[in-house]
Each structure stands twice: as C-alpha cells, then as structure tokens.
Unconditional design. Structure first.
Length: 611
C-alpha cells in the first residue's frame, strides 16, 4: 500500500516537473493561457449544448499543476479570481429582486428553506461518511451541495422557454432565497472557523454580526446616498468609459473597504454594493457596464477552481465522488421536487423547477474555497465538490427532460390529480365562458407578437382567447376583460380550457420551436381543421414548423423586417404598388420553408363579437 502511494506521488511529481512554467511576464502569460483555453473549451462546450462553465473548469484543469502541459501561475490566478468573486457577487446584488421573492413568497420562501435544510443534511451525511469529516466541516460541504447555480438554472429555463412562466417565477424566488442563505453563510463561516481553532463561537459570532451590522448601517446611511450620487456625476459627463470606471470602482472599492474597515468578506461587501446600486435608476446601466468585466473575471474564478482539481485524488477515492454527486442531485433537485409537492404546486411546474435546480455551481465553489481558506475544510474536500459540479451541470439538460416527463405522468395520475386539484382549477376558464366559445382565435403567448395580434382582433370585434404562462400577465389581461387561460399551453388540460375543438384559428407566439411544435400537435389532435400561424426565429425552425399538419403560416421576425424594408425601398424608387407586391411574393416564395397559407373559411355569416 505504501509502495502504491509512493508510486502515485512520484508519478504526480514527474508530471508537475515536466510542466512548462513561463519564465517571463507571468501575469501576462497567466491571463493569455487561462482565457485562451477557457475560450476554446467554452466554445466546445456550447457546441455540445453544455454550459460554458464546463469549458472554463476544464481549462483550469488543463493549466493546473496536476495535469501535464503548460502551467499557469496559481497564485496570480487566485488573486485575479478574488476580483472575479467580488464582481460576481456585485452582479448578484444588482439583480437582487425583492419583487421576485415577494411574488413567490408563499412557495419559494418555505420551500427553498426546507430544500436547503434537507440538502445540507444529505450533503453532511455524504461528507461525514465518504470524506470522514467532523460535524462542522461536513455541514459546510452539505450547504455547498444544497445551493444551485443561478446562472445554470436561469439558462436552462430560458432555453426551454420557461423563464417567463409560473415555473420561472417560482425558480427565481427560490434562487433569491438561496442567495440570501449564501450571504448569511459568508458571515457565519469565519466565526465557525474561529471556533474550530478554539476561540469562543458565541464571541466570534457576535463580532461578525456586529461588524456586519456596522457595515449595513454605513451602506444604508452613507453608501445609499454616496454611490448613486457618484455614479450620476460620472453619467453626466457623457463618457461611457468614465461611467464604466465608476461602476468598477464602486464595486471593488466598497468590497475592499468592507474587508479593511469592518472585517467583512470581499464578496459580501461587493454584494451589498450591488444591492445599494440596484435600488437607483442607474442600476440597469451599471449592470450593463459591469457585465463584460464581471464575465471575464468570473471566468478566471472558474479557471482557478479547475486548477485546484486533482484528477488522481478522485481516482483514489471514487466512492467519495459518487456519494457527493448523489447528495448534490438529491439535495437540490430531489429536495426541491419534494418540497414543491408538499406545497401542492402543479406537477409539471414542480418538475420543471426541480430539473432546473438539480445542479450546483459558482456559489458552491465560493463557499468551499472560503472554508478551505479559513482552515474549516481540508483541501481534499475540493475535488469531490468539483466533480459534483461537473457531473450535475453536464447532466442538467437530460435531468430537465426526465423530470418534465415525470411531471407529465404525475399530472395524469388520478391520486395526484385529487391532491393538486385546487391548483389545477385556477388555470381553467370559468365554464360559463368556455361553453359559449366557437369560431374564435386562440393566441398562445401575449408578448410582443401575441399582443399585436390581439389588438388586430379587438379592432374588428373578433373573438379570441389568450393562453398566457406568466401569472401576473394573465391576471392583468383578465382585469382588462380579456378571456385568458393561465398556464402552459403544452399541457393538454390548459389548451383544452381555450376550446381548440371549436376554434377557427390558432396563433402560436412562443419563442421556442419545440414548445410551439407541441402546441400545434395538441391543437390538431383536438381539431384537425384548425388553421395555424406560428412564430419562428431561424430558417431551421421555419423549415421544421412548416411541415406540421395544420400550419398555414410561419413568420420569422428578421425575414419580415427584410421584406418590409425591401417594399419600402422599391416604393421610394417609384415602383408601383402592384409590381412591388409581386416582388415581395416572389421573394417570400423563394425563402426556405415558404408555403402559401391555407384558404381560410368564408367569414359569412359574421363572427360574433368577443364576450
């Protein structure tokens, strides 16, 4: 056994000695090596339909001391990564939304707190059993495995077209609660680390809370006035460069001042700087200016985490890696699904939220690195947490599909239907309205496209029903007297509430092609004669949607803009309207996926007015 261990360490030392360390300009070389590899592997990850985060971590592994090849300076990378953490938390503070939390408070607050508690316990058990950690370090690992990545979750929901619906509303509130828990952990970890060294936990905790209180008071009294005033002065100069510089100085200056004057962590100081600026009217512009720099330094943070990863350590302890991965999946996705079920959230919505949150990411790294730096965690705990992040992030798209199918099956269960009956009933149209609907139009999605179609129908007093996934938007439409079904139109019961079997037209204004395809298939199954218009975003989507039964028109925004501009140009050159229209028809017919709309049914007798 000793011989095997010696051989492994010898092999590792040979690999490290064979690395090429650039002798001059270490900062320049570190930036070029780290960012170049991050760019290449990030692009590769995107082509494989994975988050770029996976590529950044792999880039860190490639330039780290535990793999052969070029060797970036870990000390310089760690220093740059600290700036990345500060800017990352600054961005979180800028986008911190109390409105998102309040909108989903009845579900997100108790649900997220319950999920974090359950996930922390599961992760602590894995840390104690597989890594041999004491209770306090095991709880830190557990908390790191219970916090989902905001970036990955929002990207997953956006790609699946769910961010603006009920699932997105719950997920955003859930993530806000998790962010707040991370903020509290950043305060408590130094005190817990001090207790591990023999100091009084109560005394250290009191000092940390006193320092945090002093910092919050200073930010509320001085920072709340000074920071927006300073940014406004920079904005009045009219120079974008000066405003960008002012935003960076505000973020890093407050973070440094918080650490030096109040003993608060740099990350926590940057977070509160973002929260204070987020309340001002300059918040959106500040976020836009800080974003590029935040993204670059955040990439360096992920690279630095990857540099610390030792593949041989994971090979030596595969059981620990598997245990931590399972704890992360069960503590995020599994616990989220269980809490949403207990809170009687509709099955498909619960499954979508759970699938998006079934991963860990940046905040898990922040907590782990802080605990290791404070001596609360051994460095050996880093590898399994990093493996858990790799696996859960890579598997998240597949997990999302599986959980959504699980939700669809659960929605068809009679027992679960009774359990979720109260939630389902709110999504349907009142029977007295649904019973009289005939020869109407159904508009799926009341955004920039759907709202214009609705305005055209109202102008001619033609009846229509809107299916809207955003609860707040649905409530506003109902208050205006518009017949509205709240819910996901890909759910057969939600679509049934708009009576597609008696409808004349269906307009699908969803931003995601495969969701639009699902709605079209459900509508045609209910009414084979329904005429359908669909929105698309790319030529490939036009070609796909044009082949579906019932689709009479596929509209792509960029194409219509080009045709409209061409028509205007021809008319300004004196081309008569008939010739210009003939040219437009020829151009439209020559485009990929072009087809003629099906002949509409005659409008006599006149359609009844909208109720």
């Amino acid at each position: 056994m000793a011989l095997e261990t010696g051989a492994r360490h010898a092999c590792r030392n040979v690999l490290v000695r064979d690395r090429h360390v650039h002798p001059t300009a270490p900062l320049y070389f570190t930036l070029v090596a780290a960012l170049s590899l991050a760019l290449l592997l990030g692009i590769l990850a995107r082509q494989l339909r994975l988050p770029p985060l996976v590529g950044y971590l792999l880039a860190g592994v490639a330039v780290g001391p535990h793999t052969p090849g070029i060797f970036a300076d870990p000390d310089l990378t760690a220093a740059l990564a600290e700036i990345g953490v500060a800017l990352l938390l600054f961005g979180v503070g800028l986008h911190f939304s109390l409105a998102d939390l309040l909108a989903a408070r009845r579900v997100a607050v108790p649900g997220a707190l319950g999920q974090i508690a359950a996930g922390t316990v599961l992760g602590a058990l894995a840390g104690a059993g597989a890594l041999g950690l004491d209770p306090a370090p095991a709880l830190v690992v557990g908390l790191a495995l219970a916090i989902a990545s905001t970036a990955v979750a929002t990207r997953t929901l956006t790609d699946r077209g769910r961010l603006s619906g009920e699932a997105g509303r719950i997920a955003l509130g859930w993530l806000v609660v998790q962010d707040l828990v991370v903020v509290v952990a950043l305060v408590l970890l130094p005190a817990v680390a001090g207790a591990e060294e023999g100091r009084s936990l109560v005394l250290d905790l009191a000092r940390s809370l006193l320092a945090l209180t002093g910092f919050i008071v200073a930010m509320a009294v001085v920072g709340r006035r000074l920071l927006p005033w300073a940014l406004a002065r920079a904005a009045r100069t009219g120079s974008r460069e000066l405003f960008t510089l002012a935003v960076v100085v505000a973020a890093l200056g407050v973070a440094y001042g918080a650490a030096e004057l109040f003993g608060v962590s740099v990350a926590l100081g940057a977070f509160f700087a973002g929260v204070v600026l987020g309340e001002s009217h300059l918040s959106h512009q500040a976020a836009a200016r800080a974003l590029p720099l935040e993204q670059v330094f955040a990439v360096l943070f992920f690279v630095s985490v990857g540099m610390l990863f030792d593949p041989l350590a994971v090979i030596e302890a595969p059981f620990a890696a598997v245990a931590v991965v399972l704890a992360a999946l069960l503590g995020t996705g599994g616990a989220t699904l269980a809490m949403l079920a207990l809170l009687r959230v509709e099955p498909r919505t619960a499954a979508i939220v759970a699938g998006a949150l079934a991963q860990i990411g940046e905040f898990s790294f922040v907590l782990t690195e802080l605990a290791i730096g404070r001596g609360l965690l051994p460095a050996e705990a880093r590898g399994p947490v990093l493996v858990a992040a790799f696996v859960t992030v890579v598997a998240n798209p597949v997990i999302g599909l599986l959980t959504e199918r699980l939700g669809e099956r659960a929605a068809r269960s009679r027992r679960l239907r009774h359990w979720f009956g109260g939630t389902r009933a709110r999504r349907r149209l009142p029977d007295r309205l649904a019973a009289g609907l005939a020869d109407h139009a159904i508009i799926v999605g009341h955004g920039r496209v759907g709202s214009v179609v609705a305005a055209a129908l109202r102008r001619h007093h033609l009846p229509y029903v809107v299916i809207e996934a955003d609860h707040r938007q649905a409530e506003r439409l109902r208050a205006q007297g518009t017949l509205t079904v709240w819910g996901d139109a890909t759910d057969p019961e939600v679509l049934a509430g708009a009576r597609p079997e008696t409808a004349r037209l269906l307009v699908v204004a969803l931003p995601v092609a495969f969701l639009a395809q699902r709605v079209v298939e459900l509508a045609c199954a209910a009414n084979p004669g329904i005429d359908i218009a669909v929105r698309a975003h790319a030529d490939e989507e036009v070609a796909l949607l044009s082949t579906l039964d019932g689709v009479g028109l596929v509209v792509m925004g960029e194409r219509e803009v080009a045709l409209g501009a061409s028509d205007y140009v021809l008319q300004r050159f004196g081309v008569d309207a008939a010739s210009a229209q003939a040219t437009m028809d020829a151009l439209r017919a020559g485009m990929p996926g072009a087809q003629r709309p099906r002949a509409a049914a005659p409008l006599d007798p006149p359609l009844p007015a909208s109720p």
